[in-house]
Design a protein. Structure first.
Length: 252
């Protein structure tokens, strides 16, 4: 693995809904520079764990560390500023703006953190160029002037990824990046994730096991809120508990 230090770590993470424990004593280490997938049958607790890590839900117990710092009680916006950004579900794509305008707005949002609010012509030109480069990197160069609302589903998600990349996150959390996509979009998005994963850490929840096998350096398998296996795809797919969980299908 590229780097052995965990960039995200959950210790004893637990979340109950009433009397039901959706995530139970999870100890997870996501290593810097890796693509790490969270898999498991329906209802295994993947989304709940994701929501805990991105602070959309607060834990009933346990702690979360980001780059060695205890962020258990930090607000979602503050953890995003530290460099942990969730894509696809929270990124803001404005339907009436063009693809290019959407990325530029995201770039401007980032610049506001560090620069004065006024912009010189030179700065605006640089932002325009940067927006064009980002669109190109997600395969949307030829859709630059298309309104977001007119993009196909797969391309809308590529635009969401571009607006997230505009924030230059160190860690990207992707929630089912392939959901609802056709084969062609899946292939393109997998390539995209691989290329944006270069130099970043990616944690993703994904149901498409072919994609998981293809992209992941490490995989954590959840069932009924607990980790049942961890390792490479070859390791977890050979695990008898994992096989049982998947054969058990939706009742995992
Ligand atoms: N807000 C909530 N209130 C009550 N129960 C919840 C809530 N959110 C999730 N659960 C329950 O927690 C369990 C885990 O759900 P979660 O959505 O985290 O699983 P998942 O692995 O993401 O499933 P899927 O693959 O179907 O998206 C499920 O039994 C679900 O019904």
């Amino acid at each position: 693995m590229p780097d052995s230090a965990p960039i995200i770590e959950a210790r004893g993470l637990t979340r109950a809904f009433g009397g039901f424990i959706a995530v139970k004593n999870v100890n997870l280490k996501v290593r810097g520079g890796t693509i790490h997938a969270l898999i498991g049958p329906n209802g295994a607790g993947k989304s709940t764990l994701f929501n805990l890590l991105t602070k959309f839900l607060s834990p009933s117990g346990g702690s979360i560390f980001f780059k060695g710092r205890d962020v258990t009680h930090m607000a979602p916006a503050d953890i995003a500023l530290l460099g942990l950004v969730r894509s696809f579900q929270i990124s803001s794509v404005f339907p009436h703006l063009s693809a290019h305008e959407n990325v530029r707005v995201a770039l401007q949002a980032r610049e506001c953190e560090t620069f004065a609010f006024w912009k010189s012509n030179r700065t605006l030109r640089r932002l325009n160029d940067e927006a064009s480069n980002l669109l190109e990197s997600v395969g949307l160069a030829d859709r630059s002037q298309t309104r977001a609302s007119e993009l196909s589903y797969g391309r809308k998600r590529a635009l969401e990824l571009a607006t997230t990349l505009a924030l230059d996150p160190e860690v990207l959390l992707l929630d089912e990046p392939m959901a609802g996509m056709g084969t062609e979009d899946i292939g393109r998005t997998a390539n995209l994730i691989r290329s944006v994963g270069n130099g970043r850490t990616i944690l993703m929840v994904e149901h498409n096991l072919g994609v998981v096998a293809d992209l992941s350096d490490a995989i954590t398998v959840l069932r009924r809120g607990e980790i049942i296996a961890e390792g490479t795809y070859a390791e977890v797919s050979a695990d008898s508990e994992v096989r049982k969980a998947y054969l058990g299908g939706a009742h995992g």
